[in-house]
Structures are given as C-alpha cells and as structure tokens.
Design a binder for this molecule. Structure first.
Ligand SMILES: Nc1nc2c(c(=O)[nH]1)N[C@H]1C(S)=C(S)[C@@H](COP(=O)(O)OP(=O)(O)OC[C@H]3O[C@@H](n4cnc5c(=O)[nH]c(N)nc54)[C@H](O)[C@@H]3O)O[C@H]1N2
Ligand SMILES: Nc1nc2c(c(=O)[nH]1)N[C@H]1C(S)=C(S)[C@@H](COP(=O)(O)OP(=O)(O)OC[C@H]3O[C@@H](n4cnc5c(=O)[nH]c(N)nc54)[C@H](O)[C@@H]3O)O[C@H]1N2
Ligand code: SF4
Ligand SMILES: [Mo]
Length: 882
C-alpha cells in the first residue's frame, strides 16, 4: 500500500475473485498504475487452483473507463450525490406516505456483494416495512431455492466441488457447463482423464459444447425433466436399489414412487434403449452427482424438476457423501450470497423465513427494526407487472438490466417508461434500463470495490479493490447506507465500510443457527477489520463448532420433523403450446465469451471475436422446409414480440426447436433482444420464468441489402437489423434492411458521421454492390461493404484494419497467398477456425494437445478445448470467405 489505500503496482499481486460466474475463481490482480490490470488465476484458491476461463482471463480488457457512468445524473443533468440522494429519499418517502410501503420496490442482483445485498434487504424488509425486494435471482435460482426448501427444509447445497471430481458418474442436466462454468468443466475433464472409468452424461435438448466430454447425450424434449427423473425413480423402485436405512430419514417415498410409476416416459421423446442405458448407469453407480442449472430452473415446472432430481438422490441415500449428491451450480458470482441475506421477496435474512413469526421477531429485535412485513413481496415478473399498472410509484434497480433480461421485455420497458420514478445504479449509462431512469447513480465496478461473494459450493471469498474509484462513483453499499440515513434511520445504517456490515450479517446468522438452520457463519462475527482484509476463502457453515463440509450425509435435515421430503410429482409440459401459428419451441441461453447483457464482456475485443453476432440455431430440415439459407437472416415472431437474427443451421438442435443467445440488447443488436419474445410465464411455486420454452414462428427475413462495416469510432446503424461488436482497433457491424437507401454514398457518410474527404468507392449498381473506404492521413477510419446477399468479405481480417494504415481495404480480403484465419476459436492467442482446420489437415493433428503444440490454441485458459475437439471431428472445409 502506498497511502492511497490501493496496491503499489510494483508490489505483490492482490488476491480477489472473478467478476463473473458462480464457480467463484480466485484471481491475482496487478494494477499497472495507469488504469490497466494484469489478471491471472490464483493457484491457492480452492475453486480453481490457478485455472481461469476465457472471461476471467480477459478481465483486464474490461476495466477501462470508456462508457463509464462517473457522476449522478438526474433527468439527464449531472448532479452531485447530495441532490441525487435527497431526490431518491424524497421520492421514496413521498410514495410511502401517500400510498403505503408496498408502493415502492427494489429490484437487485445476484452480482451484488453480500454486504450491498444485506443492506438492501435490511432497508426494505426492516425499515420500509415491505417485502417488495426481488432480484434477478428470481430468473436464475428461484426454482432451486424452492426445491431445496421443500426437500430439505432449507436452501442448502449439500455437496462441494470435490464431489464432482470424486464421482464415478456426473450427470449434467440443463447445464452447458463447458461454456457457463468452464473451470468446473475443466476440473471434471481433468478428473476423467486421470480416471477414465469416470462417466459423464449430458441431458439437454441441444447438443452443446459440454457434450464433447459426454459418454452419453439425452436430447430430451424441452421441459420433460420431471418425466425423465420420475422414470429413474420408478426404475430405482423396480430394481430395489433404494437405500432402506437412509429412507428412515425421508418422508414421502411411497407416494413419490407411486406417482413416478404413473408418469409417462414418452413425454421425454427419448429412445427407450437410451433411457434404459441412462437408468442403468445411474442406478449401478454409487458415486453419482447430478448437476443442474437453467435448463432445470427456468421452467414452469422448475421446482418440480429440482425435486424430481433430489428424489432420486434421497431414495438411494446418495447425498452429502463424497462423490454423491444433487448439485445446483449457481450462475452469478454471488447468487449464493443473495440467498444467504434473504434477497428474494419470499425469504428473510440468513435463511430465515419471513412468514415464521419467531424468525420475524428475532430479526426485528436484532435490527431494532421499525416495521416488518408479515408476508412475501412481489416476485420479479409480478413486480414489473405492478409497475406497469402504476401500483409501484418508485423503484430502485441495482446491478441488473431488466429491460433486457426479463421475459416480455418490451412490456418491462413500457412499464419502466411509465413509472413515476425509476432510479438505476449501474457502472454505465449505456444500458437499455439506464436509458429509462430518472435518476442514475454511478457505482464502483469490480476491482474498484470490496466485499465478499459466495460461490456454488458455499465458499465465501473476498473481492478486493485494486483500482481507484473513478469520478464520483461510489460502492453500492455506500449508496444504500446513505439512502437509509436520509430516510431517517441513521443508527441502523451507520456503516463506514463493508467489514462492519459483514460482522453484523455474521452475528445475525448466529440467530439463524440458534433456530437450528444451516446458514450460520457466526464464527466470523468478531472478525477485525484487519482479519477481514486478510480473509482467505472459507466454506460455510462457520461456527465455533463446525466449519465447512457436506450436509445431510448423516440423514439429518432442517425440516420440522428432521426428515427430508420426497415429493410426488406429475410431469407438466411447458405452458405455451406450439400451434400452427407458432410451431417452434424457442430455447434461450448463453455463449462462451459473453456475460449476460454484455456491458462488460462486450468491451473486450478478444471476447467479442468468438461470436460477434447474435444467431438462431435451426435444424437443417426446418431450414430447408422454410427456405432459410445458411448465414441468411431469419425473422422470429412470438405472441409477445418480433426479432431478426442470423440463421445458424445445425443439427445440434432438435427439429422443431430453435435456440437464441440472451446477450444482445438495444445497445448491441436491437432486433435480437430475445426476451422481447419470451412469454412472462412462471413456475407456480418459485415464480421463476420459463425462459427456455416459449413458442415462435420463423421465416426468412427478406432483406433488400446486406452490409458489413468497420470503423475506428463507434457508429450506430439505423436499419431494421444491425449487430455491433468491439474489435481490437474499433468497431464492426453487420447491417441489413428491407428498403434500399436512395444513395449509398450518402448512407455511408451518415452511418460513419464523416465527411467525404479521402473516400474511395467501388460501386456496381447492376449487381447491387457498393464498397466505400474512408481514410484520414493514410489511416483507414471506416469501410462499408454492401451486397444483395450476405456480404462475402474476410470479416476478421477487416476487423483488424480500422484505425490502421490499410490502403487496400476495399478488396475486402487478403491476397490468395495470405489465408484468412476465420472467426476466432482461441480467444487467448487469437487463433481462428481456418488456421486450426488447415493445421489439422496439413499436419495430420489428431488431438486437442497436438493442436495446442502446433498453434498454442487451447493451451492457456482451455475454454476453447471443447470446440477444438469438435473441429477434429469435422471434415476440413474452410469457413467460406466468398
Ligand atoms: N459464458 C457465460 N457463462 C455464464 C453466464 C453468461 O452469461 N455467460 N451466466 C451465468 C449465469 S447467471 C447462469 S444462471 C449460468 C447458466 O448456466 P447454464 O444453465 O449452463 O446456461 P444456459 O445456456 O442458460 O442453459 C443451459 C442449457 O439448458 C438447456 N435446456 C433448455 N431447456 C431444457 C430442458 O427442458 N431440460 C434440460 N435438461 N435442459 C434444457 C439449454 O439448451 C442450455 O444448453 O451461467 C453462468 N455462466
Ligand atoms: N431469455 C433469457 N433471459 C434470461 C436468461 C436466459 O437464460 N434466457 N437468464 C436469466 C438469468 S439466469 C440471469 S442471472 C439474468 C441476468 O440478467 P441481468 O442481471 O439483467 O444482466 P447483467 O448484464 O449481468 O446486468 C448487470 C448490470 O449491472 C451493471 N453493473 C456491473 N457492475 C456493477 C456494479 O458494481 N454495481 C452496479 N450497481 N451495477 C453494475 C452492468 O453494467 C449491467 O447493466 O438474465 C435472465 N434472463
Ligand atoms: S469459470 Fe470463468 S467466469 Fe467463472 S469464475 Fe472462473 S474465471 Fe470467472
Ligand atoms: Mo443466472
């Protein structure tokens, strides 16, 4: 430290935790003193032991101050924090005075630090006196929380990451682990390599990158997991392989089994022989872990899916023992911490229950709370519907982008646009949600703020500030505490730093422990500031008597009876029914190198080069039948909205299913904001939206022209279709429209907001092609390539030219002797698909290791190894450059 409170660039690396997923990898950070940051995996962190995926590796490319929100903004005008906070408090106070506490709401995020999250919950549930605080975890973990509580009495993840390595069978259902939890995937891959008898089974309607590791893939019908796991339970019953002794600790076995036997396996659409093989593998392997994620949770039967999985583990007693158990992997870096602090509208702090009078009374006393709600608040979908009806007069949205990520996103946008007062805390004003705010509060970002996060296996780790707070940005905990003070609760929110908040939370967890609950970290309630500074990763529970470990192996659960519950479950199909108007099932999810609404990963040229454009996966038979051609554009319609995306024709999806990524937004590709098509249908138990099973129709999009553009400065097309991405030297965009501009030169000048100056043009009106390049002092500032069909140019080559001296850009391609590397596969070393395919062919490479030795690809973070493996199975054909 050098007196600024920040690390000295020449000093030791600072330990912190990755900003992204729930694996919770430890990182070592070294700021360069000029705003830059070197990042590497922390070899001592128990989540990753030094490994990082492509997103973690490239964190350094996301910390610059471009597009950062650096001052509070009120109605479009920069204001000071004093005005901002006074306005926020006044708006909330006025609404509460006129309409009661339920007329205000907080909508927060599983990416908040535990300390921020704890304060938001304390404010709403203890002082405003409403439970109208919900979080994007409703879209993410709510079904798991509900399933855990029904089965175990608490929201407990029984196992640990080591179980994934110690298992003899890992079943991954509704989880694309290779792309979404890449370091866990790598840990499993390494374990399998060391112990080849270990087996992996993937259950997913799509053949994902995760299937690369799988011994078996079950492409089930979307939404049919309950039928599948009921079938497994029936098979367990039939083979007499349940664990009689363990079942003494379980209620509901007979009813669950009877219902399972009555359920129809045909709903899965799977081949009986494959089903038999799966059941046999599961039943005959003692050490089995069933990992699940959003293919399970984001469903109108999500909670039942979770319980159907848990049923099988309870019946066989395979839970809480090394290498065994149901395992929910959490998505966001602090999804788990949010559940601990009671961030959901139907939970109370420290896994206590808002509807339990004893719990409520204990929390009220501990907080010295003014008013506590007796019942659940509005869950996310209900909350935004209430905003739309004008019932919520003031809402504060912190660290999430609901105008993009909520189902029926156009309705959410309209609701916010019509709301009396919307405050948004974010690190940038360039989001679809921030654009709808009356008040913008600038938050410090990852690497500028301090606190704790809890990962998927209950390990609490520190995030640490290593970069200065830019402009007037302040940590979220500070804004929340300041709001509390201005609302008149000075003493309850008199916090001076995260360590103090952490101690209070830990002390409150001791009360939960006193009620016999699982979440008890009271062993850390007296942590000094210095000890908090130095804190190393620790797995909860953490009491004087108990530290870490697994739950439930001893057969003791947190229900009133002490026994676990098996549930009798009836499979339900997705709520939206396909019909002649909407014959396709629309599935949505993630890609390897983007994080959610891209506000951070979208800043990284490397991460943006993997998949630079939104796409729709369509089965070849469907594409052929509807006349949709490879790389053409598709129009997608649903009862809720309309979109245009690039066709990706592949048999990875089942006929009748289509899949689109969730990442693109009004900022990056407005017609691909996929949640505008997703129905606001929810699970009746958890309130979690069915984000993976809407219905839709598809048709070729009839474009009058297609274009590809690169420029050194950011540009925003004004056409029906566009998708923009960062490049190493500027920006690139795909463009299309249904009407031809009157004059292409005028169009180009307008698009790039430039002067004719030094402009080169090649135009062939007969063929409908047009090319323009703009130079400034020999440096290419922008180029546009137009054609009547999808433009054939070397995109990755051109993307590197903007901003450089590139006299020959108009050719759109390299000379015949210079091969086009093609889209990037390895984002660490920038190795393109064509380079890899050529090397496979020319050097007869037969393994991922051999590709690594020849090209370095896949030898750093390893995130691309599943794709490299897929390339090895492909006949070498170049990605078409023309
Ligand atoms: N690269 C990247 N990683 C991330 C994130 C990111 O944005 N980008 N986000 C993080 C977050 S918050 C989360 S929640 C996790 C999500 O991690 P995952 O849940 O692994 O990711 P998804 O792609 O949303 O969905 C997983 C799979 O569910 C499948 N699926 C759809 N319907 C069904 C069904 O009915 N049954 C079954 N069995 N499968 C189905 C989909 O085809 C998809 O492949 O990822 C985290 N990690
Ligand atoms: N169709 C479909 N929709 C989905 C999903 C799906 O699979 N399919 N998945 C759902 C799931 S699982 C999730 S988790 C959600 C995620 O959806 P969101 O939470 O809406 O997505 P993010 O892009 O992570 O939004 C985080 C916001 O916080 C801002 N931010 C970054 N750092 C900070 C900070 O330190 N402080 C503050 N105050 N703000 C910050 C970012 O700029 C960004 O605007 O999407 C859900 N929506
Ligand atoms: S797996 Fe990747 S994104 Fe997730 S925490 Fe680790 S480095 Fe970060
Ligand atoms: Mo999530």
């Amino acid at each position: 430290m050098d007196g600024t409170g920040l690390p000295d660039p020449a000093g030791d690396e600072i330990r912190s935790t990755c900003a992204y997923c729930g694996v919770g990898c430890g990182v070592l950070l070294r700021p360069d003193g000029t705003g830059g940051l070197a990042v590497r995996g922390d070899p001592d962190h128990p989540a990753n032991f030094g490994r990082l995926c492509s997103k973690g590796t490239n964190l350094g490319e996301t910390v610059d101050l471009d597009d950062r929100l650096l001052h509070p903004v009120l109605n479009g005008e920069q204001v000071g924090w004093d005005t901002a906070m006074e306005t926020l408090a006044t708006k909330f106070r006025d609404a509460i005075a006129a309409h009661g506490p339920d007329s205000v709401a907080f909508y927060v995020s599983g990416q908040l630090l535990t300390e921020d999250y704890y304060l938001a919950n304390k404010l709403m549930k203890g002082f405003i006196g409403s439970a109208n605080i919900d979080t994007n975890s409703r879209l993410c973990m709510a079904s798991t929380v509900a399933g855990h509580k029904r089965a175990f009495g608490t929201d407990t993840v029984p196992g640990t990451y080591e179980d994934l390595e110690e298992a003899d069978l890992v079943v991954l259902t509704g989880s694309n682990l290779a792309w979404c939890h890449p370091v866990l995937y790598q840990r499993i891959a390494a374990a399998k390599q060391a112990r080849p008898k270990m087996r992996i089974i993937v259950i997913d309607p799509r053949r994902t990158a995760t299937c690369d590791l799988a011994d078996m893939h079950l492409p089930l019908k979307p939404g049919s997991d309950v039928a599948l796991f009921n079938g497994l339970l029936a098979a367990i019953g039939e083979t007499g392989t349940c664990d009689g002794a363990f079942l003494d600790n379980v209620d509901g076995y007979d009813e669950a089994l009877a219902q399972a036997q009555a359920s129809d396996l045909g709903l899965t659409g799977l081949d009986p022989a494959l089903l038999h093989e799966f059941f046999h593998a599961w039943i005959s392997t003692e050490k089995v872990v069933t990992v699940f994620s959003q293919g399970v949770n984001q469903s109108s039967s999500g909670s039942d899916k979770v319980n159907a999985i848990i049923n099988c583990h309870l019946a066989t007693g395979r839970i809480g023992k090394p290498g065994m158990g149901p395992f929910s992997v959490t998505g966001q870096p602090n999804a788990m911490g949010g559940r601990e602090v009671g961030g959901l509208a139907n939970t109370l702090a420290c896994h206590m229950d808002i509807t339990n009078p004893d719990h409520r009374q204990a929390v009220r006393q501990f907080w010295d709370a003014e008013a506590m709600p007796q019942d659940h608040g509005l869950k996310a979908v209900e909350m935004f519907q209430a905003v739309g009806r004008g019932e919520i007069k003031a809402i504060w949205i912190i660290h999430t982008n609901p105008a993009v990520s909520m189902p029926d996103a156009d309705a959410v946008k309209a609701a916010l646009a019509g709301c009396e007062f919307v405050a948004v805390s974010d690190v940038t004003a360039q989001t679809d949600t921030a654009r709808l705010a009356h008040l913008l509060l600038p938050a410090t970002a990852w690497a500028e703020k301090s606190g704790t996060v809890t990962n998927s296996d209950r390990t609490i780790s520190r995030q640490r500030a290593v970069l200065p707070e830019p402009g007037e940005a302040r940590p979220d905990w500070w804004a929340l505490a300041e709001f509390g003070r201005r609302m008149g609760w000075a003493q309850a929110f008199d916090f001076t730093g995260p360590a103090e908040i952490f101690r209070e939370h830990a002390a409150l967890s001791g009360i939960a422990g006193g009620f016999g609950l699982d979440f008890d970290i009271s062993g850390m309630q007296d942590l000094s500031d210095a000890a908090y500074d130095q804190m190393t990763p620790v797995r909860w529970p953490m009491t004087g008597a108990r530290q870490g470990g697994r739950f439930f192996g001893d057969g003791r659960f947190f229900t009133a009876s002490g026994k676990a519950n098996m549930l009798a479950l009836t499979p339900r199909t997705p709520v939206a029914r396909t019909e002649p108007r909407y014959p396709f099932r629309l599935n949505t999810g993630r890609i390897r190198d983007q994080w959610h609404t891209m506000t951070r990963t979208g800043k990284s040229p490397r991460l943006s080069s993997h998949l630079a454009e939104p796409f729709l996966e369509i089965h070849p038979e469907d594409a052929a039948r509807l006349g949709i051609s490879a790389a053409g554009l598709v129009q997608v319609t649903s009862p809720h909205g309309r979109g245009i995306l690039r066709a990706l024709i592949t048999d990875r999806v089942r006929p009748g299913d289509i899949f689109a990524p969730m990442h693109w937004t009004g900022e990056t590709a407005p017609s691909a904001r996929i949640d505008s098509l997703v129905a606001p249908v929810t699970d009746p138990v958890s309130g979690q939206p069915e984000s993976k099973a809407s219905v839709a129709a598809i048709a070729p999009y009839d474009a009058a022209f297609h274009a590809f553009a690169v420029a050194a400065d950011r540009f925003t097309p004004a056409t029906e279709y566009w998708a923009r991405a960062r490049t190493a030297t500027g920006w690139r965009a795909e463009i299309a429209g249904s009407t031809l501009p009157a004059d292409w030169t005028a169009y180009a000048l307008d698009l790039f907001q430039t002067e004719p100056g030094s402009m080169q043009i090649v135009s062939d009106p007969k063929r409908g092609t047009f090319r323009a390049a703009f130079h400034d002092g020999g440096r290419l500032t922008a180029a546009l390539f137009v054609a009547p069909t999808p433009v054939a140019v070397m995109r990755d080559y051109l993307s590197g030219l903007a901003g450089t001296a590139a006299p020959m850009a108009l050719a759109g391609r390299l000379g015949a002797d210079q091969p086009d590397p093609g889209p990037t596969i390895c984002s660490c070393f920038g190795v393109g698909v064509n380079t890899i395919l050529s090397a496979i062919e020319a050097q007869a490479l037969i393994s991922v290791e051999a590709i690594g030795a020849a090209l370095q690809a896949g030898t750093n973070c390893g995130s691309c190894r599943p794709e490299l493996a897929q390339l090895l199975t492909r006949t070498p054909t170049r990605e078409a450059a023309e």
